[in-house]
Write a protein that binds this ligand. Structure first.
Ligand code: GLN
Length: 282
């Protein structure tokens, strides 16, 4: 069967299955199987794939129709322009999280420094910061060893050398203090968030999504615990849910951070709150 017809059929099957991005999903899956880019597909739509390729594609389309995230089927997702390996052990990097990167970059001083990314997952945030600021060193930590393996493979594939990854429960794996900046995209959904029953989120690790105290438990812990690890005037930046900005600003101020503000994501939601550790008595 011609590629353009195969693609049209797959897209219509994914529309029927309720995919919000059916045509794109079909194209990305076909590119993955054929090892080509989308421009190639548009140019060579009249070609026919091999039997094995067609069967592999159809299996992927069936898995997608059953709800599996495209990023897990291809094992890849782009973040901050970096192609990243992804897998079911990590959250799929999201465009929302680019707000965390932009906000962090704006506060990384011109001189060299050290940044810690807690709950790094695929390494997305640590790798984005390290790639933009080769003079800084980034450390990414994740509780899940599979995530850390993935993050290390991402660093290696991208040739980013000013980054290291460790397995650990937040700060438990390191003695180090004196970070110039700490960033995190921790779990922040409440356990009854209806969003958990929809789309790709259903297949992502719950431990990366859900936290106690209506989603605030890990965020609060990080506000508290980061104080021991930051240099005076060092920044803490936390991604959070759209309705958690006020709680985060209050928590940061109450724990002695100053210059506290929240930044909005592309959809206009408060997404990242930050403050500067004063270095005073705790
Ligand atoms: N923003 C994500 C979502 O809405 C949640 C990510 C997280 O908990 N860190 O699916």
């Amino acid at each position: 069967m011609r590629l353009d017809i195969l693609l049209a059929r797959a897209a219509s099957r994914l529309v029927d299955a309720g995919s919000p991005s059916a045509r794109l999903d079909a194209e990305v899956l076909l590119c993955h199987v054929l090892g080509v880019d989308r421009t190639w597909l548009y140019t060579w739509g009249d070609r026919e794939p091999g039997i094995v390729e067609q069967a592999r594609f159809e299996a992927l389309v069936a898995a997608r129709a059953a709800g599996q995230p495209v990023a897990y089927l291809t094992g890849e997702r782009e973040f901050w322009g970096l192609p990243l390996f992804t897998g079911p052990s990590t959250l799929i990097p999201r465009p929302d999280t680019e707000t965390l990167v932009t906000t962090a970059l704006a506060r990384m001083s011109a001189r060299r420094g050290r940044v810690l990314d807690l709950g790094t997952g695929t390494g997305a945030v640590a790798l984005a910061l390290a790639s933009e600021r080769p003079d800084w060193h980034a450390v990414g930590i994740d509780l899940n060893p599979e995530a850390v393996t993935l993050a290390m493979r991402n660093a290696e594939r991208l040739g980013i050398v000013n980054v290291g990854f460790l397995v650990g429960d937040w700060f438990a794996a390191i003695d180090e203090t004196g970070f110039d900046m700490i960033v995190a995209n921790p779990p922040y959904l409440a356990d009854d968030d209806p969003h958990l029953a929809l789309g790709d989120v259903r297949f992502e690790p719950r431990g990366a999504l859900v936290a106690g105290d209506r989603g605030l438990a890990d965020l609060y812990h990080l506000v508290d615990a980061s104080r021991n690890r930051l240099v005076p005037d060092g920044w803490l930046l936390l991604e959070h849910g759209a309705d958690q900005g006020a709680a985060m600003r209050e928590a940061l101020r109450a724990k002695g951070y100053r210059d506290v503000i929240s930044e909005r994501d592309l959809a206009g939601h408060e997404r990242v709150s930050l403050g500067r550790w004063t270095g005073g008595r705790r």
